[in-house]
Design a protein around this ligand. Structure first.
Ligand SMILES: NC(=O)c1ccc[n+]([C@@H]2O[C@H](COP(=O)([O-])OP(=O)(O)OC[C@H]3O[C@@H](n4cnc5c(N)ncnc54)[C@H](O)[C@@H]3O)[C@@H](O)[C@H]2O)c1
Ligand SMILES: [Zn+2]
Length: 364
């Protein structure tokens, strides 16, 4: 059985029956001209054959494929998608089905949201991160000029279909990366949610359906209150001010860059440190949370140039003015948005994070 979460104007279907729900959805909306699938190299191999087998109307649907990885969340990929949609003769009634992780959902959603002034798209997320976070909430986008999500739109998908079946082929590192966003949802929600999630011993033993539903509900509640990201939705950015800078830096410098969720996990440790310094987060809670985050999201920490990371944060136009304004926590479940932070403290926080990561690596 699948359950349905109503996210305002679209539904999120979660459960093993999602293939049947998808087939029903496509049959109901026969106005769609052609349905076009968007995949990356990995989901072409691991997800495309199964979806075509389980959803008969997709058997002959054309597909567009792109390179895997965050570097494909780019304007070049959009050009490729728009060229292929034009070749396929997609029209205003066409539907783009994004079959992949957050990269595919973000770039596919953006490309669809402006092609012919906007065609419908749906998400079939295949990573944990895209199931609990990027497929829900209607943010689309690409990276540009060295900054994350610099260009994008607020456009809701027509529907989302989630099945944990895809997680079987997902590499461990990607699973942990997705778990970082689940931890974030819990941290900004309540002590009860945090305690439930942080007791997880091994991700492979998780009962995924209720955990994914819970995380989607937490995100949806916040998005529903502030779709355009003007106030409370910004709390979802916890860990991301520092996290995005670490991710952008890593994309430029590392052969095997940090995954998004890994960067967010490291960013959360830094922003917890800042919360302790500036917002009254008790020190023992900082220690507890940092240890749990390292245990459940053991991101590799390559040497970074802290001044360069700070420079990326300062020039990120998403920070109002030239002050860095991350989300901080007064306590679990008590986020504060737009808290100005001096640059020297950010450098201190990066030092703290590097130390914690080093200690965790020694103890593992
Ligand atoms: N729009 C939003 O609200 C929002 C929210 C959170 C994150 N994001 C974005 O999401 C992106 C990160 O998403 P992600 O972590 O899913 O990355 P991703 O899409 O790059 O996927 C990670 C890797 O897993 C592979 N993969 C996907 N599904 C697979 C499967 N079932 N089996 C085997 N391999 C599989 C992919 O090919 C890729 O190599 C970032 O760009 C981030 O900015 C967006
Ligand atoms: Zn994120």
């Amino acid at each position: 059985m699948s359950s349905v979460i109503h996210c305002g104007k679209y539904d999120v279907h979660v459960g093993p029956d999602m293939f049947r729900e998808l087939e029903k959805f496509l049959a109901r909306r026969q106005v769609f001209g052609n349905v076009v699938l968007l995949v990356d190299r990995n989901t072409r191999q691991h997800a495309l054959p199964l979806i075509r087998e389980r959803v008969p109307s997709l058997q002959d649907a054309p597909f567009i494929d792109v390179e895997a990885g965050e570097r494909s969340k780019s304007i070049d990929t959009c050009t490729h998608i728009w060229n292929r949609l034009t070749e396929i003769r997609a029209d205003r009634q066409s539907l783009l089905l994004n079959l992949g992780g957050g990269m595919i959902c973000d770039v596919g959603g953006f490309a669809a949201s402006v092609f012919l002034r906007g065609i419908d798209f749906i998400h079939v997320p295949t990573t944990l991160l895209s199931m609990v976070d990027s497929s829900v909430g209607g943010k689309t986008g690409i990276n540009f000029g060295g900054f994350k999500n610099q260009i994008g739109t607020f456009t809701r998908p027509a529907a989302v279909f989630i099945s944990p079946a895809w997680l079987r082929t997902l590499p461990d590192r990607e699973l942990h990366s997705g778990f970082a966003e689940m931890l974030k949802h819990a941290l900004i929600s309540s002590r009860e949610k945090w305690d439930a999630l942080s007791q997880t011993s091994a991700l492979k033993d998780m009962d995924w359906i209720p955990a994914i539903q819970d995380s989607v509900l937490m995100k949806n509640r916040i998005v529903h209150a502030d779709f355009r990201d003007r106030h409370v939705r910004r709390t979802l950015n916890f860990g991301h001010t520092v996290g995005h800078a670490l991710e952008s830096y890593s994309l430029l410098h590392d052969a095997d860059p940090l995954r998004h969720g890994e960067a967010v996990a490291l960013g959360m440790i830094c922003e917890l440190y800042l919360s302790w310094k500036l917002c009254g987060l008790p020190e023992e809670i900082l220690t507890e949370l940092a240890a749990v985050i390292r245990r459940l999201v053991p991101a590799p920490v390559a040497p970074v140039d802290p001044e360069a990371i700070l420079g990326i944060m300062k020039s990120d136009k998403k920070n109002a003015g030239d002050r860095i304004r991350p989300v901080l926590l007064q306590d679990i479940g008590r986020p504060v948005i737009n808290h100005p932070v001096p640059g020297e403290l950010v450098l201190e926080a990066l030092g703290f994070m590097t130390r914690i990561a080093g200690e965790a690596a020694l103890n593992s």
